[in-house]
Ligand binder design. Structure first.
Ligand code: NAG
Ligand code: NAG
Ligand code: NAG
Ligand code: NAG
Ligand code: NAG
Ligand code: NAG
Ligand code: NAG
Ligand code: NAG
Length: 472
């Protein structure tokens, strides 16, 4: 068993997902809006500006609506560039398009380059503060309409994917007088302690591989012990380092832990990115990259070294033309990763574990105590395991209305998604052939019919929310 805590790489994976694919050039104005650093006390009166993107070309101020993307953990332009569904839907709804950047990400830092230096500055990085920013921004955008009765103002429809989808759902739940409905794509609002089994996430990653072939998932399942065994000797480490063309040769067993973490991330990212068409980010991926990888992993009964050589040939799908395999790539402190790590260490506690039986991963238990200790070491804060459930309701959300929770069943994050209808108008849409918020992306001729259906469902839902708004 590895000692490293399984950390969920929502952010990293999300960034990759969103950048993947040729992104059409969308046009928008970049604006800034002043918000208080702290919405909830009367003690700190500092302010800063968040960035937001606007396109008003389709907007009809009389009968149109406002499409508001509740930004998540990253540069907001990246989300705008990769949410084609919103752009494609806006003309029909005569919608104003807004993409709002989440505080502490991209270019929306409350305390500049000091923002991440101390809990004193960083403690304002919470989902509640971000939602309050969005409410202020919406009020600002509507400020000319606020004197009209509510049903004469433009209805606001929230959109978001992943953590952004959680925020879209939550802003509708918490501020129904501001937001008329929400499309919450791949939003794991149930991935919190005690709500879903911690092994579900990696079980889904595994089934993406095993449904290609059992040889494929079994090869990966067997590889962990072989890597560990080899990493115990100089000869073994040397063999692995040269045969896998590692940029930096393994020096110790701890380095092998890093390698195994890296592999875990690779398989997880491939599961999230298992799109029906070729996508292109830092790493160009073919359509259905797992199928390509698994076509190389044809015999899980091979002896140790040949098995690892075969696995390496499969990894080529992910590493592509890189000269050497850089397993420290994920460890680079990108701003977004830092912010998400802090959120995971405070309110977004998302337990994950693997057992090597229902999944193909190394055995890693979920241990809140050690997780909490590692958070304190990194950030000088302790996580509050039940804060998100207390704040947003956990599974007790039957009072929610006008939300579509969509989940691709290839997406490991569907483990924490809402997969059942929760009320008459807070409903679940399943996309069996979909990976991570495929439905928010622009249309593509390779789209499976299930995602086309989901997008039509979203549009019908939005229509009915708008009708309801103007009638009320
Ligand atoms: C988004 O697209 C615009 C225009 O195509 C481009 O200038 C910008 O660099 C892109 N930003 C990101 C973060 O992808
Ligand atoms: C809004 O987007 C459309 C389509 O990308 C573009 O033609 C138009 O110029 C944009 N408007 C603004 C104000 O950026
Ligand atoms: C932070 O920004 C200030 C002002 O722009 C600059 O002088 C300083 O060197 C920066 N500090 C770091 C650690 O980047
Ligand atoms: C990989 O391992 C095989 C079998 O041990 C060996 O014959 C081969 O030379 C190795 N390749 C490299 C590049 O080290
Ligand atoms: C798989 O490898 C084992 C061990 O080398 C060998 O006996 C078996 O024939 C191989 N199976 C296939 C289908 O290649
Ligand atoms: C590996 O990735 C890290 C982090 O991005 C980078 O600093 C380092 O230079 C890379 N090493 C090689 C050999 O490419
Ligand atoms: C959890 O981690 C703590 C701190 O590292 C350790 O003392 C404890 O034994 C672990 N619990 C289990 C069940 O492994
Ligand atoms: C939820 O209800 C809608 C009808 O409003 C239905 O189309 C959909 O299949 C239901 N979802 C699930 C997961 O049962």
């Amino acid at each position: 068993m590895r000692s490293v805590v399984v950390c969920h790489k929502m952010m990293i994976a999300v960034v990759i997902v969103l950048l993947a694919g040729s992104c059409a050039a969308y046009h928008y104005e970049v604006k800034r809006f002043t918000v208080p650093v702290d919405h909830f006390s009367f003690d700190n009166s500092d302010t800063f500006t968040i960035r937001y993107l606007v396109n008003n070309s389709y907007w009809d101020q009389k009968r149109g609506s406002i499409f508001f993307y509740t930004g998540n953990e990253g540069d907001i332009e990246m989300f705008a560039n990769n949410s084609g569904f919103i752009w494609e839907s806006a003309p029909d709804f005569k919608a104003l398009i807004i993409f709002a950047e989440h505080r502490y990400y991209g270019d929306s830092l409350p305390y500049g380059n000091k923002s991440f230096s101390d809990p004193k500055y960083l403690g304002y990085l919470t989902s509640q503060q971000a939602l309050a920013d969005y409410v202020d921004l919406i009020q600002h955008i509507k400020s000319k309409q606020l004197s009209r009765p509510f049903n004469r103002q433009n209805p606001v429809i929230a959109f978001g994917g992943s953590y952004g989808g959680m925020l879209a759902a939550w802003i509708r739940m918490k501020y129904p007088h501001i937001v008329s409905g929400a499309i919450a794509a791949s939003a794991p609002i149930l991935q919190f302690p005690g709500l879903v089994p911690c092994e579900a996430f990696y079980r889904i990653v595994t089934s993406d591989f095993s449904s290609e072939s059992k040889e494929c998932s079994n090869t990966i399942r067997k590889s962990w012990d072989i890597i560990r065994k080899l990493s115990k000797t100089d000869e073994g480490r040397k063999w692995l380092s040269t045969n896998w063309t590692l940029c930096k040769p393994l020096q110790s067993e701890a380095d092998a832990d890093l390698l195994m973490s890296w592999l875990t991330d690779v398989y997880t990212n491939l599961a999230m990115l298992d799109y029906p068409y070729a996508t292109n980010f830092l790493l160009p991926l073919p359509a259905y990259p797992i199928k390509t990888m698994c076509s190389k992993l044809y015999n899980s009964s091979l002896p140790d070294k040949p098995l690892l050589q075969m696995l390496f040939s499969g990894l080529n799908v992910y590493t592509g033309k890189e000269k050497c395999l850089n397993i420290s790539v994920d460890a680079s402190p990108k701003l977004g990763e830092l912010g998400w790590d802090f959120q995971a260490c405070t309110e977004m506690v998302m337990p994950m574990c693997s057992n090597g039986v229902t999944d193909m991963f190394d055995k890693v238990k979920w241990n809140f105590t050690s997780f909490s200790q590692s958070c304190y070491k990194k950030w000088k804060v302790y996580p509050q395991a039940d804060l998100a459930i207390k704040t947003y309701g956990g599974k007790d959300i039957s009072t929610a209305s006008n939300i579509v929770f969509s989940n691709g069943l290839l997406d490991p994050w569907s483990s924490g998604g809402v997969l059942k209808n929760v009320s008459e108008t807070a409903v679940a849409v399943l996309i069996p052939e979909g990976a991570h918020h495929l439905d928010l992306r622009g249309s593509n001729e390779a789209d499976p019919s299930s995602v086309k259906w989901a997008r039509r469902f979203h549009q019908r839902s939005i229509s009915s929310w708008i009708t309801q708004h103007y009638k009320s």
